[in-house]
Design a binder for this molecule. Structure first.
Ligand SMILES: Cc1cc2nc3c(=O)[nH]c(=O)nc-3n(C[C@H](O)[C@H](O)[C@H](O)COP(=O)(O)OP(=O)(O)OC[C@H]3O[C@@H](n4cnc5c(N)ncnc54)[C@H](O)[C@@H]3O)c2cc1C
Length: 401
């Protein structure tokens, strides 16, 4: 096998394998290698997302569950959404990635190996791995960034179970049930019935600190008890941490995403850029990333076909700024956290809510959400973040002077 490639993709996750599959489908694919140390089964987890009917059909092979109705619940309110346009889907990441891997064909391949270091040369990058060395003109790096100091993270522990008795309303996804211990941060139960006897249930905490695993397990047990659900069979346990703050990238790796202008000015230098979650594709306010990655990768693959290797920004800076303000309010006013989500959900119908979560809200959707939010905390946070931005810019000017 050759060790010289046009493109090396580090990491065969959502971003890496989706990009490889799209390149393999092109008329004259660039020679491409995906370097991934783990099997898809080792990394299997559930990915939740909203999708329109066409995409829902395309993802049918990896869909574990699909709901037209979803709810958010707190001590006093229940907001139920239904949608004719959007479905909430839960995918098996392993099935999705296996399908993408099956679409690879020469000259696009996947190898099992782990990248240790990148050594940029004049017109290529040497990729040092556990098992050897490769070179590529362009490197797209999707390795997850270190979760460094982060004020806010979404951490969860989930169980997949069968139930002894039929689940009451298996057509309803529970996205957030806040009727659980709120003393450690914003805490909710996420419950997806895959059938009337098969349930995924997660205890999710948004805070700066992880709790012991038993803390999340106790929350799940308590919720099952409160809802009179008895476990038939315990199928598996899943844990995860999603940073909801600024992504800290490896300083050895070129800043990403690289804009079209800067990639043109790079001349013959090799391009190393991050893609997917590593490039900031995770929504700061919700932890959802799937659709942003899909969009980024489709645009990137189309660009590559035209000779443009630059990575598009996965989430607009405006949306990131809005999410930062939302997170700032969550941090400064934890007492408001539950009502912020409930009020936001109540202000929107199912289609509007799905658009909002997808980062595709219309001006009307935004106005409805803004009208439902408490004005003073958001105003204070906006002023605080604007001041931070200005002092950052001034510091930058001072340094470059
Ligand atoms: C547990 C969890 C659950 C999530 N759930 C959702 C969800 O429900 N919905 C949603 O929209 N988003 C979710 N997210 C956000 C998530 O980050 C994205 O949806 C998606 O998986 C990110 O894709 P990616 O390709 O950028 O990164 P990943 O899928 O993480 O892929 C990165 C790959 O890099 C590989 N890698 C690591 N080190 C090396 C190395 N040294 N050499 C080579 N390869 C390496 C890893 O093995 C991995 O396969 C979740 C995240 C986590 C952590």
């Amino acid at each position: 096998m050759s060790t010289e490639f046009d493109i090396a993709i580090i990491g065969g996750g959502n971003a890496g394998l989706t990009l490889a599959a799209q390149l393999a489908a092109q008329d004259n694919p660039p020679s491409t290698v995906v370097i991934e140390p783990q099997t898809v089964q080792q990394r299997d987890c559930s990915w939740g997302l909203w999708a329109l009917d066409q995409q829902t059909e395309q993802l049918a092979h990896s869909t574990k569950g699909r709901w037209r109705r979803w709810q958010l619940v707190d001590e006093t309110r229940r907001v139920v959404h239904s949608s004719n346009q959007y479905s909430y889907l839960s995918l098996s990441s392993a099935d999705y990635l296996l399908d993408r891997a099956a679409q690879l064909r020469e000259p696009v391949s996947l190898i099992e190996d782990s990248v240790k270091a990148l050594h940029p040369q004049q017109s290529e990058t040497i990729i040092e791995t556990e098992q050897g060395r490769y070179s590529a003109k362009t490197v797209y790096d999707s390795r997850p960034p270190e979760i460094g100091y982060s004020t806010l993270r979404q951490h969860f522990l989930g169980w997949e179970i069968t139930t002894k008795e039929p689940i009451k309303d298996p057509d309803m996804a529970t996205l957030m049930d806040f009727r659980v211990d709120q003393s450690r941060g914003l805490h909710f139960i996420y419950a997806l019935p895959f059938s009337d006897h098969h349930l995924l249930i997660e205890s999710t905490l948004i805070s700066g600190r992880m709790e012991t695993q038993d803390w999340y397990r106790d929350a799940i047990k308590g919720w099952l008890r409160d809802n009179n659900i008895e476990i038939g069979e315990f199928l598996c346990e899943e844990m995860g941490v999603i940073p909801m703050d600024t992504i800290e990238t490896d300083p050895d790796i070129a800043a990403s995403p690289i804009s079209s202008e800067s990639s043109e000015s790079l001349g013959p230098q090799p391009l190393i850029a991050t893609i997917g979650a590593a490039s900031g594709a995770v929504r700061r306010s919700s932890g959802y990333a799937f659709q942003h990655i899909q969009q980024q990768i489709s645009q990137l693959a189309a660009g590559i076909a035209q000779g443009n290797m630059a990575v598009p920004t996965p989430i607009s800076s405006r949306l990131t700024a809005m999410d930062s303000i939302f997170n700032g309010v969550l941090l400064s006013r934890p007492d408001l956290a539950v009502s912020l989500y409930m009020d936001m959900a109540k202000a929107l119908n199912g289609d509007e809510f799905a658009r909002f979560m997808l980062g595709q809200a219309t001006t009307g959707d935004w106005l409805r959400v803004i009208a439902a939010m408490p004005k003073l905390p958001f105003l204070k946070e906006t002023v605080k973040q604007s001041a931070k931005q200005v002092s950052k810019q001034l510091l930058g000017q001072h340094k470059s002077a």
